[in-house]
Design a protein around this ligand. Structure first.
Ligand SMILES: Cc1ncc(C[n+]2csc(CCOP(=O)(O)OP(=O)(O)O)c2C)c(N)n1
Ligand SMILES: [Mg+2]
Length: 734
């Protein structure tokens, strides 16, 4: 086996059993030393208050350089954590790029001054934007590996296409690529660690998990996080893995181990787990002082294992470099670090006017005319899949038209994968000749696996963070995951991934990376028996997340057209589907054709009126219509109802126009009234349309509690047509 090294820095190859050349050993030392000196330079800058945070790779350099040199920058894929400076140097990231991030320069290519130091991004190197959240990157690595495998089996899916997100997401892949992801030993306590190990093992994915075990998670020693104190012992029974537990302070051992791990992965045998014991030469970060919780003896013992000192001794001992040559090498690296810092301090600061840039895609606007087929004569024709039919035929339910849209889009775009809990027709596909198939607990994905196969439509483990975290990895590779969270009530384990990763990826990486995935989620109550864990709303928690689009259709046609826009656009979308509306008679529509799309941020006036405006969405739309009909019939009050359809972005123009006309407004939703979505809309109306109002802005929502099981109390908790009618009457009386 040749020594696979990145770049030209270690030019000579040596056999795995042969020894490394002197030149290779010197280069390894140079990278390790440069990493340490960059850390030291940053520490100096932090003490001078020229940078604002510092966390170091000190003590981890051997492990990281070994990993970086065993893999191929720009060929393999990398999901590091916040301590991986030496890894990134070995991959070819320059001291300048590192220092630009440390000072928060506007020209910081990794994040434009938005991320802390050591959170780098590089498309050229396949270095996917680093998070501060411990362990989230592992699931991204898993999704990335799945996408790489998918493209190598279906290269036609990688072709560029116009008219959707694919125009802005170029794909590259190699059949034998490997994905490296790193984490600390404390972070192995996170559930997402186990969720990532689960899928990597089950699917034999070419992912190398590198645990950089320095014995501490800030002040918490390893035995508190890991029962028995050794993570290798706990993971040993995962199938298909290559396992290695090594001295992470010896770069040669590390390099050899990562080469063997990569070989296992490239051969398609499964993932690898490299557990390197290293030391934390400095405190956790510059905000920490480890003398507060570590004994002097322990700290001194660690110092004896410092990989830099050990490697320097080796070079001297083996006569590879003289003391004078070491001094010369070190001085040259000191200069590199100092000069990079000097240049970074001269770099321009970020522009305040650009703060909002890249919250959403700057390339593809889902509110734009490209997605407006609602008013045009949308091209119809074939499509619609199992439930689809020719344009203009009999009315279909919302469930039917969502399913039809999924069929249409999967036919059109081979980069779409659909997965989640129970979404497949049957995981054991051999039974499909005799059974009908499940296709989702609400049957929204019925027939997709049967038509598109188990590589594109499959069941995930019962783990919501796994579903969304993998989607981030898929999307980084230019695929379009359209995943399902089975019930809104169970979205919370995925919240960390949604809030800190999916929605944030584009902004934090200055658009180097993005996560344009679709998360479909059945939501809401009025179910009679749904109770607390199958009936909640909570959309305002998600509209509060910048970078995420939130859609909440009230009828079949809107659901079809908005889902198409969600899938084709280049932003992450939370697509909320009201369970009660799935099969209602209300809002059925004929199949509108396979190109029918509705832009985001365009509300619909579902009932024109003159006396007051009622702004709503979702399952309150039919209830508001009932109330408005009664208000008209029984009291002569003419209510205009606006269905927002998308909640982020929302159609302020439509609201303002209507309120200017009617001078009275109610904002109504199913979710709890306090801190609910209506609070924002009502506040904005009060702020910007005060002059136009003849009465206070009114809100309707559910009681400030959870949805209960017994229908008598469920009915009382949720807003009913009577509640709305009462509010209409009250507002007219002003
Ligand atoms: C999800 C999450 N929780 C808490 C933190 C705060 N935090 C940052 S680093 C850290 C300890 C991590 O220890 P370990 O995984 O051993 O990595 P090390 O820093 O020792 O290399 C903690 C608790 C975080 N960044 N993310
Ligand atoms: Mg640690």
């Amino acid at each position: 086996m040749g020594l696979a090294v990145s770049g030209a820095r270690v030019p000579d190859s040596a056999g795995a059993s042969g020894s490394l050349s002197a030149q290779q050993l010197v280069e390894i030392y140079r990278l390790m030393y440069l990493s340490r000196r960059l850390d030291d330079r940053e520490i100096l800058l932090k003490r001078q208050q020229k940078i604002f945070f510092q966390i170091s790779a000190a003590g981890h350099e051997a492990l990281q350089v070994g990993a970086g040199l065993a893999l191929r920058s720009g060929y393999d894929w990398f999901f590091p954590y916040y301590r991986d400076r030496a890894l990134c140097l070995a991959l070819g990231l320059t001291p300048d790029v590192m220092m630009l991030q440390a000072v928060g320069a506007g020209t910081d290519p990794s994040s434009g001054g938005r991320q802390m130091p050591t959170h780098w991004s590089s498309r050229a190197m396949h270095l996917v934007s680093t998070s501060s959240s411990t362990t989230t990157q592992l699931l991204h690595a898993v999704g990335c590996a799945e996408a790489g495998r998918y493209f190598s089996r279906h290269p036609e899916a990688a072709e560029k296409a116009e008219g959707d997100y694919r125009a802005f997401n170029d794909v590259s892949f190699h059949g034998d690529e490997v994905v490296l992801t790193c984490l600390g030993e404390g972070s192995t306590s996170q559930g997402e660690f186990w969720e990532a190990m689960n899928t990597a093992s089950n699917q034999k994915l070419p992912v190398i998990f590198c645990v950089e075990d320095n014995g501490y998670a800030i002040s918490v020693p390893v035995e508190v996080n890991t029962p028995g104190g050794n993570i290798s012992k706990l993971v040993a029974n995962f199938p298909n893995f290559y396992f290695a537990e090594i001295d992470g302070t010896d770069p040669e051992i590390c390099l050899r181990t990562f080469q063997a791990a990569a070989e296992h992965c490239r051969a398609g045998l499964g993932p690898a787990f490299v557990h390197g014991h290293c030391v934390r030469a400095y405190s956790h970060s510059l905000s920490d002082d480890d003398r507060l919780y570590r004994s002097t003896a322990e700290r001194e013992a660690d110092a004896l294992r410092d990989p830099i000192a050990k490697m320097q001794m080796r070079l001297l001992r083996e006569g590879i470099l003289t003391e004078a040559q070491i001094n010369e090498l070190e001085q040259s690296q000191d200069h590199l670090a100092a000069e990079a810092a000097e240049r970074a301090l001269e770099a321009p600061l970020p522009e305040v006017s650009e703060i909002l840039k890249h919250v959403y895609s700057e390339d593809l606007d889902p509110t734009g005319p490209m997605f407006d087929h609602e008013h045009a004569d949308a091209p119809g024709g074939a499509g619609g899949g199992k439930t689809g039919s020719a344009k203009g035929s009999e009315p279909r339910t919302m469930a039917d038209l969502i399913n039809a849209c999924l069929h249409d889009e999967m036919r059109r775009d081979p980069r779409i994968v659909v997965y989640g809990e129970d979404v497949a027709d049957a995981s054991r596909e051999q039974v499909l000749s005799e059974v009908k198939g499940k296709g989702g607990v609400f049957k929204l994905t019925a027939g997709l696996q049967t038509e598109f196969g188990s590589e594109r439509v499959f069941n995930s483990p019962l783990a919501e963070a796994n579903i969304v975290g993998r989607a981030v990895g898929y999307a980084a590779r230019g695929m379009k995951p359209v995943v399902e969270i089975q019930f809104f009530d169970y979205i919370w384990p995925a919240m960390h991934q949604i809030h800190n990763e999916l929605a944030l990826m584009r902004w934090r990486s200055h658009a180097t990376w993005a996560s344009p995935a679709v998360i479909r989620v059945p939501i809401g109550g009025y179910l009679t028996g749904g109770a607390i864990y199958h009936s909640q709303c909570g959309e305002s928690i998600f509209t509060h997340i910048p970078g995420l689009r939130v859609v909440f259709p009230s009828n079949a046609l809107d659901a079809n057209g908005l889902l198409r826009t969600a899938i084709r656009c280049d932003d992450p979308v939370l697509f909320l589907e009201h369970k009660r509306l799935y099969r209602e008679t209300f809002g059925r529509a004929p199949y509108p054709g396979h190109e029918f799309a509705i832009p985001f941020g365009k509300a619909k006036i579902v009932r024109p009126g003159t006396h007051m405006t009622l702004v709503t969405y979702g399952a309150v739309v039919p209830r508001a219509l009932q109330a408005a009909e009664r208000a008209q019939r029984e009291h002569g009050i003419d209510v205009e109802i606006i269905d927002l359809r998308t909640l982020s972005p929302y159609d302020w123009e439509a609201i303002a126009k209507s309120v200017r006309k009617t001078s009275r407004v109610i904002v109504a939703h199913e979710d709890m009234i306090s801190w609910g979505y209506g609070a924002e809309i009502a506040a904005r109306i009060a702020d910007e349309l005060f002059e136009d109002l003849d009465a206070p802005v009114k809100r309707i929502g559910s009681m400030d509690t959870f949805v209960a099981y017994q229908p008598v109390i469920e009915d009382a908790i949720l807003p009913q047509p009577e509640t709305i009618l009462k509010a209409i009457m009250g507002l007219k009386a002003y």
